[in-house]
Ligand binder design. Structure first.
Ligand SMILES: Nc1ncnc2c1ncn2[C@@H]1O[C@H](COP(=O)(O)OP(=O)(O)OP(=O)(O)O)[C@@H](O)[C@H]1O
Ligand SMILES: [Mg+2]
Length: 394
């Protein structure tokens, strides 16, 4: 606000209405509003309601006089720094004048009033007031912008931390991905070199039907794991861009999980584990069959990886409005503090002796389940196995 926009309020107090009118006519102006009080009481109530640039007090009033009113004003926080001008009959009230200065008054006007003296005195005070006000507003504006800068700075610092985290995640991710991709590729290249060597030696016994069958199966596993890695990374970018689509169709969850377990038979025995499956027949609902299979195979792969070769329990059942899939293992378990973390992308628990995979399985699974308006939860304690439960709306 500009200094010229600041309105100053003036208070004049006199027990005679004609004096008030005369004084008002003298001091009024565009940049100010004049408030009139006929008694000290009236003046006090105005003083509490408004912020005045100056108070002009008649010294001689019945009841509380001008000096007493000034004393009261000096004793009150809101009014104590308002400049006061006393109006008194000169000569007759010199004692009063002295008392007035003692109580901290700023100035005196003497009756009969000198028009120019009154005008210029009031102008000085109004000007002072408006200048002070303008400075105060500038200081407040500065303070405000300083606070805004502080908020901006805090946001900037937060963004920096987030950015650093993102960069670290990206670097970690790159090294995990290259490791994960290299493992199956190394397997494949070793196999190829071995076969080339046998071929160079015309060693036909290395290529009997039995041996070829095992070779193809090994190749297929390596290629499958490469495909899975790529699919997972694609899913993450689909999730990030909101393009993970769910295509629901009616199917029986019990049968779907049963079929999936059959296709896992080779992996289960390769992991030295076994699976015990219990299901209510049938559990029919509308879900994306492919995506739900993806969730269950993630949980199953984890149970095989982290299940310490102990038997795994899988069950499918209904509970009120929900279809529930449970995968339980008796492996290394997950501490409470890590149970939130594992659902975030690229989070793998360091220190657990088996660390393989990108740390994406549970993140993708949770997103798929959430897209079905379902829930995924874990119950576990370190060293005591883990139970993952998926609830899907029926
Ligand atoms: N059944 C389990 N028992 C113990 N720890 C588990 C279990 N399942 C998951 N975890 C922990 O949670 C982490 C995250 O699991 P998630 O499935 O997201 O990733 P991953 O299995 O490491 O890799 P990916 O699934 O991408 O191949 C795992 O690295 C593991 O530390
Ligand atoms: Mg996993």
């Amino acid at each position: 606000m500009l200094k010229s926009d600041i309105q100053a309020k003036l208070l004049i107090v006199d027990d005679l209405p004609e004096n008030l009118l005369a004084l008002e006519a003298l001091i009024k102006g565009e940049d100010r509003t004049v408030y009139k009080a006929l008694s000290a009481d009236e003046a006090l109530s105005l003083l509490l309601q408004h912020e005045f640039a100056i108070a002009i007090l008649d010294v001689q009033m019945p009841g509380m006089n001008g000096f007493e009113l000034a004393e009261l004003m000096r004793g009150t926080e809101k009014t104590k720094s308002i400049p006061i001008v006393f109006v008194s009959a000169a000569g007759r009230e010199m004692n009063y004048a002295f008392k007035g200065y003692e109580s901290g008054a700023v100035d005196f006007l003497h009756k009969p009033l000198d028009i120019h003296a009154v005008k210029s005195k009031v102008n000085v005070f109004v000007d002072l007031y408006r200048q002070r006000k303008a400075v105060k507003q500038q200081v407040e504006a500065l303070e405000q912008s300083r606070r805004e800068q502080e908020v901006l700075l805090a946001q900037l610092q937060l963004t920096q931390v987030e950015l650093e985290h993102a960069v670290r995640m990206r670097d970690d991710f790159m090294s995990i991905v290259s490791h994960e991709v290299r493992t199956p590729l190394n397997g494949l290249i070793l196999e190829t070199q071995l076969r080339k060597m046998h071929l160079a030696r015309d060693n036909a016994s290395a290529f009997t039907l039995d041996k070829m069958k095992a070779m193809v199966e090994r190749d297929e596993r390596q290629i499958q794991s490469l495909i899975r890695l790529i699919e997972d990374m694609l899913d993450v970018s689909r999730i990030r861009t909101g393009k993970l689509s769910i295509r629901p169709s009616e199917f029986d969850l019990s049968a779907a999980v049963g079929n999936l377990l059959e296709s896992f038979a080779a992996q289960i025995s390769a992991a030295g584990s076994s699976v015990n499956y219990r299901s209510e027949q049938p559990v029919v609902g509308q879900w994306d069959e492919f995506r739900i299979e993806q969730v269950v195979s993630n949980l199953l792969t984890n149970a095989l990886r982290y299940g310490a070769k102990k038997p795994i329990d899988v069950s499918v059942y209904t509970r009120s409005a929900w279809a529930v899939i449970e995968v339980s293992d008796q492996g290394i378990g997950i501490s409470e503090e890590n149970q939130q973390r594992i659902f975030h992308q690229f989070e793998r628990i360091a220190g657990s002796h088996v660390v393989t995979g990108l740390g994406l399985g549970l993140y993708i699974s949770e997103q798929i389940v959430a897209a079905h308006d379902g829930q995924i939860s874990v119950h576990s304690a370190l060293g005591e196995g883990a139970t993952f439960r998926v609830c899907l709306p029926l």
